[in-house]
Design a protein around this ligand. Structure first.
Ligand code: PGA
Length: 246
């Protein structure tokens, strides 16, 4: 069953999340990792890179796969998931290009791109460790509300909330209407699913995640059924929970 872990603040949450990632790689140097991008996990990854350097944790045998990408956005755009992963993880950790496969946001063959990712996961076996954020609409990756629980990698038409919130990542105005993402089946099959949420604006989202019916109409709620799901939240994100959960 899922574990809920609460922390005083964003720093404490990020420190604990980073420690879990480091422990995973120490135990399994060849781990298959899938790390979300976004504001939430940024400090976690910075801490992972710091610890790895200080304590000589070797990420040289890990393999990283992308969770999602904005369709139509080039990899050098600072708002792309590509750019984020390079900036916060791949460059600081010295990850070689042979150690990752990300969705190509500029693909002209969307189905082929999804297949390429599905095949890779199939070949490599299960994702060992996934880090996910949670969107304001409850999405995981670009698995928007209502996404089939058995979905594999697919192209998603982004809902109004995702398009609106997504603007925060981009310096210039860009059209964001579609994304490419691992499916809920792949997310939920990860050996460990670590979901992070911090800040007051995530309080209503966390309330829905934990207190509404578990359903794909609010994908984040599905973590409750994950055999090794861990939801880390800070005091602010926990602030709208029923007192028993706080
Ligand atoms: P955020 O994004 O970490 O920037 O809040 C979360 C998400 O949409 O998954």
């Amino acid at each position: 069953m899922m574990q809920l872990k609460k922390f005083q603040d964003y720093t404490a949450l990020s420190t604990a999340a980073a420690a879990m990632i480091i422990e995973c790689v120490r135990k399994k140097p060849g781990a298959l990792l899938c790390f979300a991008t976004g504001d939430t996990p940024r400090l976690t990854y910075q801490l992972v890179a710091e610890i790895a350097k200080k304590e000589e944790v070797d990420f040289g045998n890990c393999f990283f796969i992308g969770l999602d990408e904005w369709l139509g956005i080039p990899p050098d755009n600072t708002g792309s998931c590509h750019h984020f992963l390079h900036q916060y993880l791949f460059i600081p950790l010295g990850i070689h290009p042979s150690q990752f496969q990300l969705f190509d946001g500029l693909t002209t063959n969307e189905d082929g791109e999804c297949e390429r990712m599905n095949r890779l996961i199939e070949k490599k076996g299960n994702i060992d460790f996934m880090v996910a954020g949670v969107g304001m609409n409850g999405h995981i990756g670009f698995n928007e509300p209502g996404t089939d629980m058995n979905s594999m990698a697919h192209v998603a038409v982004l809902d109004e909330t995702t398009r609106h919130v997504g603007k925060k990542y981009f310096q210039d105005e860009v059209p964001i209407s579609k994304g490419i993402t691992l499916g809920l089946k792949q997310v939920l099959q990860a050996e460990t699913l670590l979901m992070l949420a911090n800040g007051l604006k995530k309080a209503p989202v966390i309330k829905r995640t934990l207190e509404e019916e578990i359903s794909n109409s609010f994908p984040a709620s599905l973590i409750q059924q994950h055999k090794n799901g861990i939801l880390m939240i800070d005091t602010e994100a926990a602030s709208e929970l029923e007192t028993a959960q706080k």
